[in-house]
Design a protein around this ligand. Structure first.
Ligand code: ADP
Ligand code: ZN
Ligand code: MG
Length: 480
């Protein structure tokens, strides 16, 4: 393995969240009754004609722009011919030599250094239907086909072979997903198939600039699968090469259970598909002013947001990275800041307490029972000293389970912290009088005795005394 270095390129399919399909008016929604969202166009009936969905082009352009691509001023659609039962027309409408988007990049941070991964192209195409293996419920072996997905718009994003490890591939995929999610054109849910990834990998002698023979791995259903399958395939190829044999260019299938890849078919070449321009669709002319308008409509993207969080809010690189990894989390965080200005404290609460409870309850932040405003108010109460840090956590748990605001909870439970000097001074005096030995210990140099005395005052107040203040009052008296 030491002699070889891996070279990896990814092909990613992203389902665009349009209401309707790419070339017909059928709903593109996920999860409906099988074959309930079909029509003559997406079933490939004779005489039916495709009509391009402008929204899909708009979403594809937005995604392309977010990946720093150049947007073509003209492009066309081509037919890619092959037979598979999930594709009724026996060809897929795709883009061959004129992709809508090309020459982009995504910057990663690898071992503290910037690494640029080039995007070769991103083109629009239609999705195929879905085969459901395993029977029709009558007990007979059967494969069923659901054409609801047939014709749903996809953006296929192809990277240059710029990735050099399975971990890097995963990092890239995570970043890509975040960026696309920011643009709002896809939810990128790998488990629902709205983000799919094929991984290409080859080995070459370390330091060489020539590319080795690659294999392409399909059926990768999670980020983990991408990483594991690549690691497996790299080892397999290394063994082949070390034995003096040649890697065969082919498409391989990742078996999730067995954690191995196996050869599916020899790789088809572009000419096998007999691409030609779809005669039913006119070439597309893209108005560059329209494109500029779309560029302006893009939200602040993760890299820019991270930079703002570190430079303007003073957050650490790590905190900023965690927060911007999800647009919803970063939005939530910024709304908390509308009600509480201490950025670092707010970041800790969102990252630790809030995300911790969300994870535990299996909730998305968009379904969070605590509003950003209420979290901000809670933190303000803590900052003012009305409640202690410990109380804030308890109140937060209660806010999370009931959705109520912190002030009401504090009032109802009589929870506010005792910071009244007169009240506390009286208690401190009482405790000092009751524990002469501890007082003597402290005065004799045993710092720990002070902790005991603070604890006694806390007990008297059922934990509601302001501990810093109790500490100060005790020291004032004992150090006299
Ligand atoms: P093909 O024509 O075989 O589909 P492409 O040039 O379209 O190949 O590339 C498909 C994907 O494979 C791209 O993501 C590309 O980066 C990657 N790729 C191409 N050649 C190699 C290689 N030798 N090793 C690893 N990945 C590669
Ligand atoms: Zn249809
Ligand atoms: Mg290709």
């Amino acid at each position: 393995m030491q002699e070889f270095e891996p070279v990896i390129g990814l092909e990613i399919h992203v389902e665009l969240m349009t209401k309707t399909k790419l070339f017909c008016a059928c709903s593109a929604g996920f999860g409906a009754e099988p074959n309930s969202q079909t029509c003559p166009v997406c079933l490939g009936h004779p005489g039916s004609l495709p009509v391009l969905n402008k929204q899909a082009v708009e979403y594809a352009v937005k995604a392309g722009l977010s990946l720093n691509c150049r947007i073509a001023s003209t492009c066309k659609f081509d037919r890619k011919q092959y037979f598979y039962p999930d594709m009724a027309k026996n060809y897929q409408i795709s883009q061959y030599d004129q992709p809508l988007c090309a020459d982009g990049y995504v910057d990663l941070e690898v071992d503290g250094k910037k690494k640029r991964v080039r995007i070769k192209r991103a083109h629009l195409e239609e999705d195929a239907g879905k085969l459901v293996h395993g029977g029709d419920g009558t007990g007979a072996a059967a494969t069923l086909v659901d054409y609801n997905r047939s014709g749903v718009p996809l953006l296929e994003i192809v990277t240059e072979p710029d990735l050099s490890s399975p971990a890097e591939a995963r990092l890239f995929l995570t970043k890509l997903r975040t960026i696309i999610q920011y643009t709002g054109v896809s939810d990128c849910k790998m488990e629902e198939g709205s983000l799919r990834c094929d991984a290409n990998v080859s080995l070459r002698p370390r330091g060489s600039t020539q590319l080795g023979t690659k294999t392409e791995i399909k059926n990768l259903n999670s980020f983990r699968a991408v990483e594991r399958a690549l690691a497996y395939e790299i080892e397999r190829q290394a063994r082949v090469l070390a034995a003096g044999e040649r890697v065969i260019q082919e498409t391989r299938h990742w078996d999730e259970q067995a954690e191995v890849t196996w050869g599916m078919r020899s790789k088809e070449e572009a000419h096998d598909y007999r691409y030609f321009p779809d005669p039913n669709l006119v070439p597309l002319q893209i108005d560059q002013e329209w494109v500029e308008g779309l560029r302006e409509s893009l939200p602040e993207l993760p890299d820019a947001r991270k930079q703002r969080f570190t430079e303007e809010l003073g957050l650490s690189d790590y905190d900023a990275e965690v927060l911007v990894a999800s647009k919803d989390v970063a939005d939530y965080y910024e709304e908390v800041l509308q009600h509480f200005g201490e950025a670092k404290t707010a970041a800790n609460w969102v990252m630790v307490e809030l995300m911790g409870l969300l994870r535990k309850e299996g909730l998305e932040i968009t379904a969070c029972p605590v509003s950003p405003e209420n979290l901000g108010k809670l933190l303000a109460l803590q900052e003012k000293g009305t409640i202690s840090g410990k109380m804030a956590k308890d109140i937060f748990a209660e806010m999370f389970s009931t959705g109520r605001d912190p002030e009401t909870i504090v009032k109802e439970k009589g929870l506010s912290q005792i910071s009244d000097v007169e009240v506390l001074a009286a208690l401190v005096d009482k405790v000092i009088a009751a524990h002469p030995e501890s007082v003597a210990d402290y005065r004799g140099g045993k710092e720990r005795a002070l902790g005991f005395l603070v604890g006694q005052v806390m007990r008297e107040t059922r934990g509601q005394a302001n501990p810093q203040l109790v500490n100060k009052l005790l020291r004032e008296r004992l150090d006299r």
